[in-house]
Design a protein around this ligand. Sequence first.
Ligand code: SAM
Ligand code: SF4
Length: 327
Amino acid sequence: MSPDVLQDRFGRRIDYLRLSVTDRCDMRCSYCMPEGFSDYEEPQDWLSFAEIERVVAAFARLGTSRFRITGGEPLLRRNLSQLAANLNRLPGVHDLSLSTNGTQLARHAAALKAAGVSRLNVSLDSLCAERVLDITRRDALAQIQDGLLVAQSCGFAPIKINMVVMGGVNEDEVDNMAEYCFRHGFVLRLIETMPMGNTGRNAGYVDLQPIRQRLQARFGLVDGVVRGGGPARYLVSPDGDFSIGFITPLSQHFCETCNRVRLSVEGTLYLCLGQEHQFALRPLLRAGISDAELDAAIRSAIELKPERHEFREQPGKIIRVMSKTGG
Ligand code: SAM
Ligand code: SF4
């Protein structure tokens, strides 16, 4: 491996950076943000677009080629497609994707596509309007579905639907959601709740392994691989037309192949979702460090990446909610 490639102490190559461009959101998903949440970063502490671009350029110099814009709800950050276009032009950026809750997608899909965003993940936990309202505290199902259709018509394909499966909330909708995704050509990804903050801990964890076995038998699926699949393990239909991914950080963790780190809106690198290891880049950026010093700082940060999360062993450890880290 070239000495320029970022590698952690456990021999894992870090080639994926998730960028949170805001910690704010127009939803309050029960497993993510507490209902009255207002503990936001101050705007003067947000990395500017120029600062984000500098960090992305540095990661790209160090061999990271895949970047995902996330949040909070990234489409709330003003002029986001301008940022996407700027990032996409940087040398070494080969794959730029976005995660969104879909509420603003219809308005932004065309501009995001034109800016070079290549892949979209959209969160959708239910196809029942009342449940969407209960889960997200926003009556947004119609808006999200509209956003999905507009994004498809703009050429995003395949769009991935992220569904967090919760006991007693939407567990009974998994098959309906699979059929909906199959009909529309979406890739479905089922996610186990992670114990991040009290919201994550109280969300009704469900082990996805039995659901996986049931769906495999029902739809005649086989093990497969999907582009940009990340930690998800996929089942695909024999003709390859339909896939379901399973993100199972608790029932079958994937830490040994973890290839990613996260940059929060205020410029802190989080080395693991389930640990506190972090490295603040903003003070260095604002102190005027050189590109070589920035590269060295990123290498030092990667040295801090822990071997694995301890969601099972220490479920009470992480008080940070997902929207803060950039899930
Ligand atoms: N707002 C965007 C969205 O909802 O897609 C992007 C940010 S959101 C934090 C990214 C992903 O994290 C979503 O798919 C969401 O379902 C997931 N998520 C948030 N809290 C979670 C938790 N406690 N356990 C598992 N997934 C969680
Ligand atoms: Fe907002 Fe996404 Fe968190 Fe839901 S999961 S509250 S949409 S950041």
